[in-house]
Write a protein that binds this ligand. Sequence first.
Ligand code: TPU
Ligand code: MG
Length: 560
Amino acid sequence: MHTVGSYLATRLAQIGLKHHFVVPGDYNLVLLDQLLSNPDMQQIGCANELNASFAAEGYARANGAAACVITFSVGALSALNGIGGAYAENLPVILISGGPNTNDSGAQHLLHHTLGTYDFSYPREIAEHLTCAAVAITSADDAPYLIDHALRTALREHKPAYIEIPCNLANADCASPGPISSLTLVAPSDPATLQAAVTAAAAFLASRSRPLLLAGPKLRAAGAQGAFRKLAEALGSAVAVMPAAKGLFPEDHPQFAGIALGEVSTYGCNELIDWADGLLCAGTVFTDYSTVGWTSLPVANKIIDAGFDRIRVPGHDFSDLRLADFLSALADKVQANPATMVEYARIRTPIAPPAAVPAQGKLTRNELVRQVQALLTTESTLLVETGDSWFNGMYLSLPPGAGFEIEMQWGHIGWSIPASFGFALGAPQRRVIAMSGDGSFQVTAQEVAQMIRHKLPIIIFLINNRGYTIEVEIHDGPYNNIKNWDYAGLIGVFNADSGDGKGLRAGTGDELAAAIQQAKQNTRGPTLIECEIDRDDCTRQMISWGRRVATANARPPRSN
Ligand code: TPU
Ligand code: MG
């Protein structure tokens, strides 16, 4: 026999979760006991709900899905920020909230952790805006149906879901789970629509003399990386990759033509996109950031927009198709046209790696990037934080198999620390490396303590440039100065009476090289390397991008 809580635990384990992230509270304690009773899942405590939601977000990146369990209202409202991030980044993170005792709903009772009114529905109502399914269970009878509905919708849509379980129902008896395939089966594309879409797309590409492929971040949620590669190899064109899709097409592939970010693309890539007369955009997301303040938005009649479940070819709009089905079927139909590849071979000049600077000299951003590049291997996954870390990371060359994670759509500073913690638990075989600015680190620093607790050998490059430099480049003011911390010293604080975290400081190239050596040897905990660089030592790309974004932000209101 199952309880509501053990039913949920079984389902979470069945969809592949080996961990769930929690912050306890009296509304979820009985539920946490029920989840603990499942031997296939480990419960992972976090310092606060924002961090727990980002840890789950990072875990979902590594593992395909994740769960975060928090208390009613006060816990949920903090976690919902990371849930918004999971929505924006297309990750099925399940937010599970404890809820009030069923006897208090509608009984004119006031409860703690609420607004002090008789309304207990607002957390679920808010969650409705940030998830693809938000359910509040009100009886053990309906629990299996509602839990399955939320999980199934999240897995199919690659979006988060919210499940609220009253504190007096978590251990109430309920039905046993049915076959797991009822949650995970994806409906196939409609064959007639698929054929029509492929015919239209193949005709469009055949009518272009210079077709190009552009890879976007939704390729991963759509499970379409393999199909995209198959299409690239059939068409033989150059392949440009958006920063948020970095790593989804191998950078050592002969057709890889660089990172596409408007005027701050890697060398030759923007010129190639301008020169192309037909673009197949697969899983792309065009925002003010990814189009560099709307300066590189592709013209609609020049593109095929192949989205997660919608394919638009000029003059056509097909929906309810699986992107992987479309790309794979199109690969079987296209005629090879390597024109953009030939052109790219003409204009590309191999990018010289940044030169090593005198090792005793003051540490520069360039030298830091050079040493991080040398650290990357097939086993590495690099997580880069909002700020110049985005730009420091996106132009690195990924060795075959290396991973890259960026939260460019939601862009919440502080994401990378809890997300690397979650990622490392979800992918224990990977060498996780995080790059974060000082300002971002101050938002979620406590989660380094969980890396210590779980002995995760994550390497954190903490770039201390004494402030919010990305904001300086967009719009400067006194608000961009922050209180300096002893970031390296903080690790001793977190180790306290037990722990093998290491905090190191690097002010020169030599010191950085030595610190990286120590970090590699520290297999029993995280190593934070505080890299001291000048406040205005930032990428030229962030300066140009920041100016364009500022111009877009400053457009005056349209007069009616
Ligand atoms: O490399 P650098 O100095 O730019 O990075 P750092 O030091 O981490 O500073 C990041 C500054 C920053 C802010 C304050 N980037 N974006 N923001 C705006 C912002 C505010 N609050 C949240 C939750 N997310 C944001 N992106
Ligand atoms: Mg900074």
